[in-house]
Write a protein that binds this ligand. Sequence first.
Ligand SMILES: Nc1ccn([C@@H]2O[C@H](COP(=O)(O)OP(=O)(O)OP(=O)(O)O)[C@@H](O)[C@H]2O)c(=O)n1
Ligand SMILES: C[C@](O)(CO)[C@H](O)COP(=O)(O)O
Length: 227
Amino acid sequence: MSARKRIAVIVAGGNGTRMGSALPKQFLPLCGRPVLYHTLRTFLDAYGDMTIVLVLPAEHREHADDVLKMLDHTPRIRQVAGGDTRFQSVKNGLGEIKDPAVVFVHDGVRPLLSVALIHRCYDQALTGGSAIPVVPVRDSIRRKEDGRSEAVDRDKFCLVQTPQTFLSEILLPAFAQPYQPHFTDEATVVEAAGHTLCLVSGEERNIKITHPTDLLIAERLLATPNP
Ligand SMILES: Nc1ccn([C@@H]2O[C@H](COP(=O)(O)OP(=O)(O)OP(=O)(O)O)[C@@H](O)[C@H]2O)c(=O)n1
Ligand SMILES: C[C@](O)(CO)[C@H](O)COP(=O)(O)O
């Protein structure tokens, strides 16, 4: 397939309940700039023609404006209001996409991804329709059932990251489905629409900032060059 428009839907519409801070985690400082700034900077740097649909909590517009000011208010970023669930926030963002494109859906709170990962996802989605970044499980795993537990083979599992990347003709119709509680990411939505997914190698550094310790780890990682 020949090259396509590239559009990133960056979801930053959550409240960050697990982080427990008054300010949602996407606006907290990470090495002196908001978490969301780092995420947007990497997507803008990945391709000169990348455009971004930025999904934000309606009640934090002034914090979003601060981030956009640091990026010189680039016309490559459009803002959209978030919804009550991540699924609804993604859906609101996808509503802005009118032309055929390769669409990256990424958590605003995964600020450590690399340009190389974005390129890998683009190339795989262009040839295979989708690209879901995954990393191996580090720890042993046990399945809990009926008050007992049993060891399972960790090699049969992987951890799923973003940017989850798709051809728009696959992703947009999938999001016409009614919401289901197991729709925690785009992969589950597209799979429920009957598609088989293509996995790509994710990155150990591409952590999601979920709890306060993740922010400490991210500070350290950002200060360390990506090998
Ligand atoms: N209604 C929502 C919920 C989440 N997100 C975004 O989805 C990403 C991953 O979600 P998560 O880490 O769960 O963020 P929060 O929902 O903010 O956190 P928590 O679940 O702890 O409240 C974040 O960038 C978050 O801003 C969103 O855009 N809209
Ligand atoms: C999309 C995601 O980041 C992939 O790992 C994850 O599913 C988000 O889950 P959360 O429950 O919103 O933390």
